[in-house]
Write a protein that binds this ligand. Structure first.
Ligand code: HXC
Length: 259
């Protein structure tokens, strides 16, 4: 589809845009170029009217073992500031279509943070999550201390970030970090199946639900309820609201128009 060097993209089923991290020799370490390509691929899928949901995955051994350590090791503060790599991560936050992460093997450091930037996560039984930056003298920088804490609570996030220990897929599931643990043979298919289910829903409602849920992380309950209510009213301006409710009354399947 594109001239990517660090990722692969595909559309395995109508409506589903898939991004695969493709640097297996370094466990999909997130080099600057890899992040550029991930963000560009996501934005292309975002712009495409045919795509309803995005799936991102690595390979069996690694989703991503973190930012590329070799690329960072010699840099100074000002150089890191100049690279402004987190501006790219902010663009992932702006994607309005649902993003499903399919995780197998290592999801560490920036890899764990990239997973936590997804809206839902399907993991293989071999997945391992962690924030091991402490072991190399730094700390999470792409939201690890914030998103992990919100997802699994203070004490568990502290333990993971301060010890650098990894947690298994089962532990991650019990802690509420991921949606489902499945056999390694099927983690990508399961994520695509979940994406397909969502791709069959009313697209405008999907978009506004994602926006409303994410808002809960950055606002008060009152502010979030206000946005939710406005989004709820807004959907009554859509043809799909009429179609969905009429289809229910007429006992038939709705035909969504994304209008
Ligand atoms: C660059 C990496 C890498 C990384 C692995 N490799 N992780 N290269 N950056 N983050 C490379 C290794 O150097 C090695 O290359 C090859 O991948 C295979 O890795 P091994 O270590 O030989 O594999 P294994 O023994 O199975 O150990 C797996 C591992 C270990 C436990 C995941 O690789 C590891 O600890 N990696 C670093 C994890 C980490 O600290 N991540 C946080 C990075 S900081 P060669 O050439 O030797 O074969 C970060 C900050 C985020 O993410 C900030 C926001 C973006």
């Amino acid at each position: 589809m594109e001239q990517w060097t660090c990722i692969l993209t595909s559309i395995p089923k109508p409506g589903i845009g898939v991004i695969q991290l493709n640097r297996p020799q370094v466990l999909n370490a997130l080099s600057l170029q890899t992040m550029i390509e991930i963000v560009e691929a996501m934005e292309q899928f975002e712009r495409s009217a045919d795509i309803r949901c995005i799936v991102i995955h690595g390979n069996e051994k690694a989703f991503a073992a973190g930012a590329d350590i070799k690329e960072m090791s010699g840099a100074g503060s000002m150089e890191m500031l100049e690279r402004d790599q987190f501006a790219r991560w902010e663009r992932i936050r702006a994607i309005k279509k649902p993003i499903i992460g399919a995780i197998s093997g290592f999801a560490l450091g920036g890899g764990c943070e990239l997973a936590m930037n997804c809206d839902m996560l399907i993991a293989s039984e071999t997945a391992q999550f962690g924030q091991p930056e402490i072991n190399i003298g730094v700390m999470p920088g792409a939201g690890g201390t914030q998103r992990l804490t919100r997802a699994i609570g203070k004490v568990r996030a502290m333990e993971i970030a301060l010890t650098g220990r990894m947690i298994s897929a089962r532990e991650a599931w019990r802690a509420g970090l991921i949606n489902k643990v499945v056999p390694v043979e099927s983690y990508v298919q399961e994520a695509i199946a979940l994406a397909s289910e969502i791709a069959g829903k009313a697209p405008l409602a999907v978009k506004l639900i994602k926006e409303s849920v994410l808002k809960s992380f950055s606002t008060t309950l009152e502010g979030g309820l206000e946005l939710e209510r406005k989004n709820f009213y807004l959907l009554f301006a859509s043809e799909d609201q009429k179609e969905g409710m009429n289809a229910f009354i007429e006992k038939r399947k709705p035909m969504w128009k994304n209008k």
